[in-house]
Design a protein around this ligand. Sequence first.
Ligand SMILES: Cc1cc2nc3c(=O)[nH]c(=O)nc-3n(C[C@H](O)[C@H](O)[C@H](O)COP(=O)(O)O)c2cc1C
Length: 387
Amino acid sequence: MTVITEIEDLRRLYRRRVPKMFYDYCETGSWSQQTFRENTTDFDQIRFRQRVAIDMTNRSTAVEMLGQEVAMPVALAPVGLTGMQHADGEILAARAAENFGVPFTLSTLSICSIEDVAAHTRKPFWFQVYTLKDDDFMQRLMARAHDAGCSAIVITLDLQVHGQRHKDLKNGLSAPPKLTPAALANMATKIGWGLKMLRTPRRGFGNVIGHAEGVSDPSSLSAWTAEAFDAALDWDRVRQLIDMWGGKVILKGILDVEDAKKAVEVGADAIVVSNHGGRQLDGALSSIRALPAIVDAVGDRIEVHFDSGIRSGQDVLKAWALGARGCMIGRAFVYGLGAMGQAGVTRALELIHKELDTTMALCGRRTLADVDRDILLVPEGFEGRWA
Ligand SMILES: Cc1cc2nc3c(=O)[nH]c(=O)nc-3n(C[C@H](O)[C@H](O)[C@H](O)COP(=O)(O)O)c2cc1C
């Protein structure tokens, strides 16, 4: 039995247990994967200041995100096809998040539908919307999220067009998976995954199939996504979507100060500084390098959240110290889910929490309210000097 002491242990188990097609879908970035890699390696450049002989009793990592009390400033990021990483994946991940006391975000491209996740959880979750051309579908999608009691929507702005991920094309990624000889041979080695998948009825895109015109069966979905995503999206449309929802809105995929200012102008409640986990614009800055300038520009006017590259509680603390008031984790929770289902997501959250709490203590702080850039040693020129 592997003793699980870090997120990397979960990734290794996940790799053994889940079909290659879905592992590759998660563990990949676009094109050369430079941004995907730098999202994590740039974290390593930042160091902590060790402080000693400070009373470290009564510590807490509890804060608020969007006015909601959370056990730590971490939310589960929207991840499409989560229900292919493990049967009923979205429901299991949402349950782990609510038991732990952190927000869960359901992707538009989830396997379990909004209604299904709501029926199997007790607390409101966040719902992520992709911006689609079909206004009627968008209105119905938002109405469904309202009816399901979602407490915020996350509008993803960095996927107007799809970044290319080589492996997905080579593997012929689909949901449910196409049973090619290569896929079948690989799945034959993932018995636990397959048996659970056979037992669940949830194997298609739950929010879309039967809800979007012309999509009644999964085989027409890829054609639908290629056509349906709104390449013409602009800030007026973002404003319309914010009005359409009428509740709390988080704009995800901001990596530039100018866009962060626009997000403030259109009246969003929060932004997520993100490059989609390195899955969209390869060659873009890592999120952690982009964060400080955005916090400096808008941090006093909007809640700045962060994602892309978080693999530990130390990473969460670094982002927090640089001004992020919440972090989303994508792959870190998917590894846990694929490795061990709901218990694996809980384990991922426990690991991150322990690392966050212990590091905070060793930096001489008892609460996150006491943490600022002063706990960090950031190399000169970390943000880069770009002409
Ligand atoms: C497998 C996978 C699927 C994703 N699907 C979505 C999605 O449906 N909607 C979305 O807004 N972001 C999606 N993302 C991006 C995540 O929400 C998040 O920005 C990213 O995973 C953060 O980087 P990290 O994985 O390094 O934590 C996805 C990411 C991964 C890894």
